[in-house]
Design a protein. Structure first.
Length: 160
C-alpha cells in the first residue's frame, strides 16, 4: 500500500556518511519533532536526478528553510558511499542530507518501490517529494513515471 497524506512514516533504518564513516539513522529519530522536505528518486547519477531533481532542492534549500523546513533529505536505493560521492559531485554541502536506502527498506515500506529489473537497474524508488511534520506526511507529490513534473522543490515551496 502506498503512503498517503496523514500517514506516519514507517519504521526503517537509513544510512548516511559522516566524518567518522557510515552512520545508521532510524526514521523515528530523524523525523521526530522536525518538519522535513523529503524527496526520493530512482538513482544517484541518473540523468533527471542529477540534472534537475537534486539540483532543484539544493537551489531552493534556503527558501524551503525560510518557510519552516528544518531539514531537506534525498533518499535513494543506493549505498551510503554512492550517496556521499553523488552529494559531493553535486555540491550539496549541508543543504541536503543524502540518505541511503540500500536495501530499499524504507522505499518498500512506503509502497514506493519501482521494479526496473528489465532495464538492468533492479529495485529502485519511484520519484516523489513530501513534507513530513513530526513523522506525519502532510503533503505528497508522486510522479506517474520517472520524469519530473510534480515532485520538484518548487511544488513543495507552494505547499508551505
Amino acid at each position: 500500500m502506498t503512503i498517503k497524506v496523514g500517514d506516519r512514516i514507517p519504521s526503517a533504518t537509513l544510512r548516511h556518511m559522516t566524518a567518522d564513516g557510515i552512520d545508521e539513522l532510524s526514521t523515528e529519530a530523524f523525523f521526530k519533532g522536525k518538519r522535513v522536505a523529503l524527496f526520493g528518486l530512482p538513482g544517484a547519477y541518473t540523468p533527471t536526478c542529477s540534472a534537475q531533481h537534486l539540483p532543484g532542492f539544493v537551489a531552493n534549500a534556503d527558501q524551503l528553510k525560510a518557510k519552516g523546513v528544518d531539514a531537506i533529505a534525498c533518499v535513494s536505493v543506493n549505498d551510503a558511499f554512492v550517496m556521499d560521492a553523488w552529494g559531493k559531485n553535486q555540491n550539496v554541502g549541508d543543504k541536503v542530507m543524502m540518505l541511503a536506502d540500500g536495501s530499499a527498506e524504507l522505499t518498500r515500506a512506503l509502497g514506493l518501490d519501482l521494479d526496473l529489473g528489465a532495464r538492468g537497474l533492479g529495485v529502485r524508488s519511484k520519484r516523489y517529494s513530501m513534507l513530513v511534520d513530526d513523522g506525519v506526511v502532510t503533503a505528497l507529490h508522486l510522479e506517474d513515471g520517472t520524469g519530473l513534473s510534480v515532485s520538484d522543490a518548487e511544488t513543495l515551496l507552494r505547499d508551505l
